[in-house]
Design a protein around this ligand. Structure first.
Ligand SMILES: Cc1ncc(COP(=O)(O)O)c(C=O)c1O
Length: 369
């Protein structure tokens, strides 16, 4: 699905120097490399505070802890997402309220969330799935109406631009109270191991986040609140800081692949190509088709015989996972989520795809139909 080796080969000299410098300095935990990366990422996102942490799941957990939620408080999430989004909610004794998603863009909307709000609702976690920002203007309006905290799970859409109706643009993850991301190696901005970060423009929240991610510590050996140990290590920050320089080009490369796929699949009756939201750019963490003739699994098997990777994100929605049995509240029939779980198929998309490979993949997919 990705070609991390090919990507590394192109920037090997810079990456190797950055890693070696880090080893020479022996500043493995904390220090200037991490600070520089956080600053550069903040500049790219136009966000005041970037707090790196150990992974995207921790980022969500720390965000929920910083939001001051109490056990029993409800947090609205889409049911069509990766487990991490809701896992941390349940872990903290909060109640995940699982909702359906928009059939075209697979994200939460203001109207979907409105149906899920109760007097116990305290927060919303919109997930910017597959590369597009959820419709944040409406979501922020609704959050203001019900005084809800908004934590954007931006593990998949770093760099996506959202345009408000007054023309103002903001990057995904910097619109709500707190945004989170993951630097898992296969993510659009991937480390060479685990990593994550939180974003906020609120100074008070940024202080809380920093404290919680560092054992609830205000100064050395003085602990104000119960926290966690969640740090991005310096070697990962060194790698990420090099890759950040190429990030805009990486997004363009993914978009070019998506455009080619769109052209090739646009007139195949049994395929629905990814719908682009008019308010959001798409950074194509995944290129996800809907296969409407009930043959998604057969196509996947067929592609495997041709040496082509594909993946189903996600085959089972949150509301059907054993782990959440009795732990959340469900809203509605989840008919869209159910259909998506049966229909979606993601094809390889990454920064190193050449024309021959693309041609081979599209020819094989078309030959199946
Ligand atoms: C939507 C979403 N949220 C959270 C995460 C968790 O990130 P991590 O694997 O870095 O903990 C992921 C990563 O797969 C994700 O896709």
């Amino acid at each position: 699905m990705v070609d991390l080796r090919g990507q590394y080969d192109k920037i090997k000299s810079e990456i190797d120097v950055a890693i070696q410098e880090c080893i020479n300095s022996t500043r493995f935990i904390g220090g200037p490399v991490i600070e520089r990366f956080a600053e550069n990422l903040g500049e790219y996102l136009n966000c005041k505070y970037v707090i790196p942490c150990a992974n995207g799941t921790d980022a969500l957990q720390v965000a929920l802890m910083a939001a001051g939620l109490k056990p029993g408080d409800e947090v609205i999430v889409p049911s069509f997402t990766y487990v991490a989004t809701a896992e941390v909610i349940a872990l903290l004794g909060l109640v995940p309220v699982m909702t359906d998603v928009d059939p075209e863009h697979f994200n939460l909307t203001k109207d979907i969330i409105r149906q899920a709000v109760s007097i116990n609702t305290k927060a919303i976690v919109p997930v910017h799935l597959f590369g597009q920002t959820a419709p944040m203007e409406g979501i922020m309006e609704l959050a203001a109406e019900y005084e809800l905290t908004v934590i954007e799970d931006n593990a998949q859409s770093l760099g996506s631009d959202y345009t408000f109706s007054d023309g103002k643009k903001q990057k995904a993850g910097t619109i709500g109270n707190i945004g989170t991301t993951s630097f898992f190696p296969a993510k659009n901005l991937g480390a060479y191991g685990d990593g994550g970060a939180l974003f906020t423009n609120d100074e008070e929240l940024s202080k809380k986040i920093k404290m919680i991610a560092n054992h609830g510590q205000s100064k050395l050996y003085h602990h104000e609140v119960i926290g966690v140990n969640s740090r991005l290590d310096a070697l990962q920050a060194a790698v990420l800081d090099v890759k950040l320089k190429y990030y805009a080009a990486y997004i363009k490369a993914r978009q070019a692949v998506a455009n080619y796929y769109d052209q090739q699949f646009g007139d195949v009756d049994e395929i629905i190509i990814p719908q682009r939201h008019e308010k959001s750019t798409h950074v194509f963490h995944q290129y996800t088709l809907k296969i409407t003739n009930g043959k998604r699994n057969e196509l996947k098997e067929f592609l495997k015989t041709k040496g082509i990777a594909s993946a189903v994100y996600y085959p089972v929605p949150l509301n059907e996972q054993n782990a959440f049995r009795g732990k959340g509240r469900l809203v509605g029939e989840m008919s869209v989520t159910k259909e998506l779980c049966d229909q979606v198929l993601s094809l390889p998309i990454h920064t190193e795809m050449d024309h021959t490979t693309l041609r081979y993949i599209t020819d094989q997919v078309k030959s199946f139909f």
